[in-house]
Design a protein around this ligand. Structure first.
Ligand code: SF4
Length: 358
């Protein structure tokens, strides 16, 4: 493994990023607007839900929600899934209006795949620390340093970064995508270093890694895993590959410190499939806590427990019921991607889908 920005590296794969960029959602325009809105600020939750259900019919809209959204948003959505599933759902629907309850890069991806539809996001400032860790200009510079390199971008990137990429990938197909790149080609993998480390370890391909991270998933530590397995010794362990502890946990699994047969590294879509099939009495879930609502709805037999209660993404939670109501009422905020950027980003997504059909 080679790293673009340099980092400490130990046998367990522990790495430390140099720079962290965190957009703020403390006082977004949408938050201020709903608080100051005389109609919305006086509506009860039941009235807001009734209003959303009325407006979605009047506007002929479909509501899509990511697995990390608040429970009330998930329950109102027509479809709940991971970012690529939602974008594919957006492309397939015959509804002209898509209200995307997720973060900005996801709504952009939906707009890229659905250029003939209107895509709204209830809070335009719902960003992502991982997507913010790399810019299009940085990708161009990185590529200039590695002119023969193949750029593989995780789907958690802005549209202009996808446009600079050869392939997109998701957490469920990253390994197949990197394995599909000819063996004599250097791979520049961005932006998530933990997903990259995991893909490198499983695929056996050497990767140049961009040192980005999701601040939520980077917060998981091997100590959290050991503590929870001590408390729940019969539990299965589910870890998202973005987690900061994945490489170290794989090392501990190989050493026999963590049970291999009950440990699973899964995308959010993989966790949903796991929930539908498992007979395990308890499962410890290492990802954003919104996932638990989805897993508990899928499976009432298994007890799903968060690996960390504080693994909460403030960007996902920036999408609230009052903002969803306002989005449908006022038609805000439309997400548009310039056509030339969209065309190049779509090519990277299409190359992924041609390699690993969704
Ligand atoms: S959980 Fe992490 S990767 Fe997902 S939207 Fe939040 S900051 Fe981005």
């Amino acid at each position: 493994m080679a790293a673009h920005q340099g980092f400490g590296h130990d046998p367990t794969g522990d790495v430390t990023p140099r720079s962290k960029r965190r957009p703020t959602v403390a006082h977004t325009e949408a938050t201020v607007a709903v608080a100051a809105d005389p109609e919305i600020s006086q509506m009860s939750e039941a009235e807001l839900i009734e209003g959303v259900n009325r407006l979605r019919v009047e506007r002929d809209a479909i509501i899509l929600a990511h697995n990390y959204q608040l429970p009330v948003i998930q329950d109102l959505a027509d479809f709940v899934g991971d970012s690529l599933q939602l974008s594919q759902q957006a492309a397939q629907t015959d509804k002209p209006l898509i209200v995307f309850c997720g973060v900005h890069f996801m709504a952009e991806t939906a707009a890229i795949l659905s250029p003939d539809k209107t895509v709204l996001i209830p809070d335009l400032e719902a960003g992502c620390s991982l997507a913010a860790s790399v810019t299009a200009e940085e990708v161009r510079q990185w590529r200039a340093e590695h002119p023969d390199g193949v750029v593989v971008s995780y789907v958690n990137t802005d549209a202009d970064v996808k446009a600079e990429s050869d392939y997109c990938c998701t957490s469920s197909n990253a390994i197949e995508v990197v394995q599909s790149v000819p063996a004599d080609k250097e791979i520049l993998f961005l932006p998530d270093m933990f997903l990259g480390l995991w893909a490198e370890r499983v695929s056996g391909r050497k990767l140049n890694l961009w040192l980005g991270e999701c601040h939520v998933h980077a917060g998981f530590r091997p100590e959290d895993v050991i503590r929870m397995l001590d408390e729940f010794p019969d539990a299965d362990l589910l870890l998202h590959p973005e987690c900061g502890c994945v490489s170290q946990c794989m090392y501990h699994i190989a050493e026999g410190d963590i049970p291999a047969d009950r440990s699973h590294v899964l995308s959010t879509g993989g966790m949903v499939r796991y929930a539908r099939e498992t007979e395990a009495p308890v499962a410890i879930v290492g990802t954003e806590t919104g996932m638990l609502h989805r897993l508990r709805k899928e499976n009432q037999r298994t007890r799903f427990i968060p690996l960390r209660e504080d693994a909460v993404c403030e960007y996902m939670k920036a999408i609230t019921l009052p903002k969803l109501y306002r989005a449908l009422r006022d038609g805000v905020y439309e997400v548009r991607v310039p056509e030339d950027t969209a065309a190049r980003a779509r090519a990277a997504i299409d190359r992924m889908l041609a390699t690993v059909p969704g």
